[in-house]
Write a protein that binds this ligand. Structure first.
Ligand code: NDP
Length: 242
């Protein structure tokens, strides 16, 4: 695809789920992909599958130095970064009265600070080049709340606010896109420990869910637009989710 081929695209949360599915799709369209996450086995297997125009960097997005290193490694290998997709996230949801404060902290560190550190690492490079595209994954939980998802939802509202403000600041130069997925097939939620949530949602197993491919298609749509067109927000839900 014309606007995707040879683009250097960095994806956090690329070891599984929608990040991995999108990496496969973009690599198939000729992009150069930099995969970031913590689990090396998954990243290595994906690089082996996708070939020479792909690399991985072990990255914990809750660590600022890891994001700086990720962008530096991407530039060292491919010369520049065209696109950064801040996609890594976790969802160990619970009710407030269960007091899972450690899980609240982890969600804030990964879902919010991870996005901020990614922006901070890549922004000077993109501003210097006078072009670039930053995406982040919020959630339909970043548009409205429901019982049990308060902190997760709060982190995703924050992603939306951060990306909206970033767009206001850099709109002349850099494209800024927020993705708001509804329920999607992935490993998300496997770390839920709350008995109340498990009882309520059965570990989310029975909800209608989109295929990860739906998100990959949305990201390709956003990235493949002509230079003078930018997609601000993409909201996707499986049929049946309100
Ligand atoms: P997955 O659990 O399959 O993927 C999450 C990814 O984030 C993994 O690659 C994981 O890799 C990575 N990750 C988690 N913590 C860190 C960390 N500290 N540093 C670096 N990477 C990390 O789920 P999804 O693909 O569904 O999730 C992707 C994004 O989509 C998340 O932001 C999620 O909140 C959002 N989302 C998902 C929805 C869904 O229904 N699936 C709906 C709405 C939004 P590793 O463990 O190897 O580090």
């Amino acid at each position: 695809m014309e606007n995707i081929k040879d683009k250097v695209i960095v994806i956090t949360g690329a070891s599984s789920g929608m990040g991995a599915a999108t990496a496969r799709k973009l690599a198939g369209l000729g992009a150069k992909i930099v995969l970031a996450a913590r689990r090396e086995d998954q990243l290595k297997a994906l690089v082996n599958e996708l070939g020479d125009n792909t690399m991985y960097v072990i990255t914990d997005v809750s660590k600022r130095i890891d994001l700086d290193n990720l962008i530096q490694q991407a530039i060292a290998k491919f010369g520049h970064v065209d696109v950064l997709w801040n996609n890594a996230g976790i969802m160990p949801i619970s009710f407030f009265d269960e007091g899972h404060v450690d899980e609240w902290d982890r969600m804030i560190d990964i879902n919010i600070k991870g996005v901020l550190y990614g922006i901070n690492a890549v922004l000077p490079h993109m501003l210097e080049r006078g072009q670039g595209h930053i995406l982040a994954t919020s959630s339909v939980g970043g548009l409205r709340t429901s019982p049990g998802i308060g902190v997760y939802s709060g982190t995703k509202f924050a992603v939306r606010a951060i990306m909206d403000t970033l767009r206001e600041e850099v709109a002349q130069t850099i494209k800024v896109t927020t993705i708001f997925p509804g329920a999607t097939q992935s490993e998300l939620g496997h770390d839920i420990t709350s008995p109340k949530i498990k009882a309520l949602y059965g570990n989310l197993g029975n909800m209608p869910k989109m295929d990860e491919e739906a998100i990959a298609n949305a990201v390709v749509y956003a990235i493949s637009q002509p230079g003078n067109i930018t997609i601000n927000d993409l909201v996707l839900r499986p049929l049946g989710q309100t």
